[in-house]
Ligand binder design. Structure first.
Ligand SMILES: [Fe+2]
Length: 304
């Protein structure tokens, strides 16, 4: 039988992202909620790949032990100086800011598998043609967050050589995006999934996120951040995990900054602002991910 795995999922342990001067939580999803939704949509294997941290994966795996119809693979999406690299089946954090080669050596030391996420993306850090030189098990040829039409197609074509297993991940930063694109593999367990990657018997399935999912994600992020900020005003955030980067950030903010953030979030939530920002984000993504820019970028990099 064939089962489904999502190889690329974020939780709130992915920390804060930045777009220009704007800082925002990468995800507001709690690991336990991600496990619950993953079961509902029929994923047998859920890979948690937070930015530079295995904490969300460890918590999700612990939570998933109460069920026998899903397994969590602990992973991390590591920001290296050469682009992002995903390590799966690891137990410890892999430091960011090293070369991709060093990060991969660390993943191998932990007995993990190496995936090149969105390898030809032009709007998030990606390895590009470097994948040919590195010790990589699988290319993510379908990434649910790439609505541009270029990056996934370039990865799919590159993987036609048969050198790597092909995998798909939703790159979900919100519960509604989970599993939209996913990997199929023979078997049912995490060990079957590992073997399928090594034997290159995986396949990709599904679709990319929709604009509607993007709008919902931005609204959910703002509403949840507002809820936590209001709780912190009343001093009732203490019960939440103190290691949670979102809680840490909110607890460290001055009262006037929290108030300013609440007021600006009110403007953001006023229709049609969430829609306008999502459409603008998509236009920027499409502008950045195009064959001409990619050709110029790769020529320039190869000349160095
Ligand atoms: Fe990601």
């Amino acid at each position: 039988m064939l089962s489904k795995a999502d190889v690329h999922v974020h939780t709130r342990y992915s920390g804060l992202g930045q777009f220009g001067a704007l800082k925002f939580p990468e995800s507001i999803c709690r690991p336990e909620d991600v496990v619950e939704i993953a079961r509902k949509i029929g994923l047998r294997v859920l890979c948690i790949t937070d930015h530079d941290s295995v904490k969300g994966g460890l918590l999700a795996r612990e939570y998933s032990k109460r069920y026998d119809d899903i397994e969590v693979v602990v992973g991390s999406e590591i920001k290296t100086n050469d682009g992002e690299v995903i390590g799966l089946f690891i137990e410890e954090d892999v430091p960011r800011g090293t070369s991709a080669k060093e990060a991969i050596a660390n993943i191998r030391d932990q007995g993990g598998l190496v995936v090149a996420p969105h390898p030809f993306s032009m709007h998030v850090p990606a390895l590009g043609p470097l994948v040919d030189e590195l010790d990589i098990d699988a290319l993510e040829t379908l990434n649910g967050g790439h609505l541009d039409g270029y990056a996934n197609e370039a990865a799919r074509k590159h993987a036609e050589s048969g050198k790597w297993a092909v995998v798909a991940g939703s790159d979900a930063h919100a519960l509604g995006q989970l599993g939209c694109s996913h990997t199929t593999f023979p078997g049912e367990t995490a060990e079957d999934f590992r073997k399928a990657i090594l034997n290159k018997t995986t396949a990709v399935q599904g679709m990319i996120s929709t604009l509607e999912m993007g709008v919902k994600w931005s609204i959910q992020v703002v509403l949840q951040a507002d809820k936590l900020m209001l709780k912190s005003f009343f001093g009732i955030l203490e019960g939440d995990d103190p290691d949670d980067p979102l809680i840490k950030k909110i607890n460290s903010m001055r009262g006037d900054r929290k108030l300013a953030a609440l007021i600006s979030s009110f403007f953001f939530l006023t229709p049609p602002m969430p829609f306008i920002t999502s459409v603008t984000g998509l236009k920027i993504m499409k502008f950045m991910n195009n064959p001409k820019r990619a050709a110029a970028y790769h020529t320039c990099n190869n000349d160095q």
